[in-house]
Every structure is written in structure tokens, then in C-alpha cells.
Design a protein around this ligand. Sequence first.
Ligand SMILES: [Fe+2]
Length: 268
Amino acid sequence: MSSGFCTFDIDMFGSWFGRKNRDKEELGESDGAGFGDWSFLGADMHSHFVPGIDDGSPNIETSVELVKGMVEMGYSTIVTTPHIMVDFYPNTTEKILDGLQVLRSALEKAQIKVEIRAAAEYFIDEYFTEQLEKRDLLTVIDKQVLVEFSMYSEPPMLKEVLFKMMTMGYRPIMAHPERYNYYHGNVDTFREFKDRGCLLQLNALSVAGYYGENVRRVAEDLLQRGLYDYCGSDVHHDRHLAGMKALTTKKAFRPLMSYPFLNKKLCF
Ligand SMILES: [Fe+2]
């Protein structure tokens, strides 16, 4: 069983706060200038576009619209990453790859040109360690595996599991490190994760304040320290897509454009 609550889409709580006000406050006002699009990254490596298997796209029509939106924003390659989280989304490699085939066919039919493949966003729990033992993991590239864990407290076995992954030849990519509130008071922790061999993935919307001011500040700090390796959209739905588009007109977009993210290496 997984420990703590999961880190899936915070928008499930959106109605509590009033979406309109939140979007305005958290994304900030546009400064009016457009700085470009997301083509400088080339590839996105964190999203939820396989229909109907997690808290991302609920159906194939929405998936096609979301991918179309990503292509229009400049992405040419997408590695989509459905949640695998035993308590909420007990997905399997087979289920994800079957869903990918459905998505590929629909994109082809809609004449949307994009290179798309699937990995997963693995929640670190007992189910994950079983999959790890079996070496049944979907990878972003080479042996790199996208992982997340509880946002409310550090899982007691976290470092042990990450270490085990590395001894087995895998390389963990920690999804959105800036969103783990319990590390906010000690950003040096992320340096330790890096020193242990972890890669770190920024959620792009973090720099726009989408997840709150504290997360934005930590993301900015990690960027300035050069600790990130990848930039992911973590798009679940059209509001995230709109946020990604809006971000290209904001000053917070500029540091992303000049940062040496590894995303381009994922382009086929
Ligand atoms: Fe995600």
C-alpha cells in the first residue's frame, strides 16, 4: 500500500478555491510580450495523455486535443507518463502500451504529426518495488525512470528504493521536486539526491506559481542552482495546456529558454 496521499493533479481541489481567481493569481498577469514557444525543448517527458487510465485525459477525443495543443506550442516529441499508483491507478506496462496504440491511431487519423511514446510516472510504494524487482519498468529513455512519492511526508524507504534502482542500473528522474513541501526548508536535500545519482524534473508551471508561491520560489532556486535536468509540462487537462501557453508570455519563461535541459535528447 502506498504511504501518504498521492501527488496527482491538484486541480481536483480547484473548485474549493474558485478556479478563475486562482488561475489569475497563480499564473500572474501577463507582461504582454511573447518570448517564443516550447520548441526549444523539443520533447516533453511528463504528461497524462493516455485516455481513461489516470487523472489525466478521460477519453480519446480529449487526448487528441491535448496532444494537438502541445504540437501547436512547439513540441515535436512526447513521452507521455500515466500514473502507476496501486491505490488509485493500478496501471500495468501492458495497459499503458495498449492505450498508447489507441492514441497513436487516433493521432494518425487526425493527421497530427508528432513522435509519441509512453513511459510512466511511478509512485514509490510496495507495488513499485515489486515492479522494480521484476525489472518491469517503462523508461523515459535508456534506463531513466520517472518517479514521484508522497507530498506530505518523506517515505521512510525512499532513499533505499532510489539506491536500489541505481544498483539495478536504473536512473530515477524525480518528478517535480519543488512540490515536496517538506523539503522546502532544506533545499540542499536536492543536491544530495543529485549526488546520489537522481535526475530532477521541473514542472514548468511551477515557475508560473501554478502550485503556489512557495513552490515557485523553490523552483526558481533550483533553477538558479542548476539542479534540474528535465523540464516537463505535467499536462493533465486543458487548463494546464492554457497555463503552458500563457507562460510563454511571462518573464518567468525566459530563464527556462536559456537553461540546459536534457529534453532535446529525447527527440527521435
Ligand atoms: Fe504527473
